[in-house]
Design a protein around this ligand. Sequence first.
Ligand code: B12
Length: 220
Amino acid sequence: MKEAMLEKMTKAIVDGNRAVAESLAREAVKNGLDLLEVIEKGFVPGIQKVGELWEKGDYFLPELISSAESMKAAMAVVQPELRRAKIDAPSKGKAVIGTVEGDIHDIGKNLVASMLQAHWFEVNDLGADVKLGKFIDRAQETGADFICLSALLTTTMLGQRRLIEMLNDSGMREQFMVLVGGAPVTQKWADDIGADGYAENALAAVHLALRLMEKKRAKK
Ligand code: B12
């Protein structure tokens, strides 16, 4: 029953069927399903499949947009529920997150933000196409532990490197841990630009952040 529902979720995203995606998300919430699983095993495989179809040339921009909108609609139902459940829990750490300037992809970034929130991090989500200076300003204002930078384009990945340079130049590099991610980003890229961490998906991002917070606390 659950497996069948997860498959339907994947299919709704591949088909770009927003109404079905939304109603499956509502059903999952109503039936008290594990929402992390719903995201990771139901909806995310759908948008991944869409990426493959686009790469093969089977899908064009209109299909891509319908699928992305269906994904966002489903996430808009599920994500507030994830947050609601954790509101009173003690914070594990503070993060500022966004997609770097010039880049409007925000599905993956939203997932990372939600997963961090679902695991008791305080998250300040700046949205997509965010000016690099804004990440630093907000991190300072909120006393963030992490600056999390998402980039889905090979061109905007350069913004991740630039932000680290800006922190270095202003003597603030030690204040924040910089995490990078997004489809074209790799561990090698993260190492090359001197980031504190890279994760290939939202759950891995949570484990990484937890590990780094432990290290930070141990240092104090
Ligand atoms: C959906 C999509 C869109 C949607 C975005 C909708 C939205 N609101 O986000 C729309 C249709 C708008 C779009 C537009 C464009 N797109 Co597009 N898009 C995609 C697609 C198919 C899926 C992206 C996605 O949502 N993946 C699903 C999520 C869950 O995965 P994710 O983003 O990778 O995130 C996960 C991890 O990377 C990680 N993660 C993400 N961020 C972070 C951050 C941190 C700190 C950490 C630790 C981890 C982490 O965790 C996430 C969750 O598991 C990809 C294909 C692909 N292979 O990625 C192309 C893709 C990214 N797009 C591409 C292109 C070229 C474009 C356009 C330029 C197209 C055009 N000609 O107009 C525009 C970009 C405009 C702009 N300035 O940004 C190219 C990029 C090529 C490149 N190498 O630069 C891709 C790779 C497709 C391709 N093969 O050509 N796109």
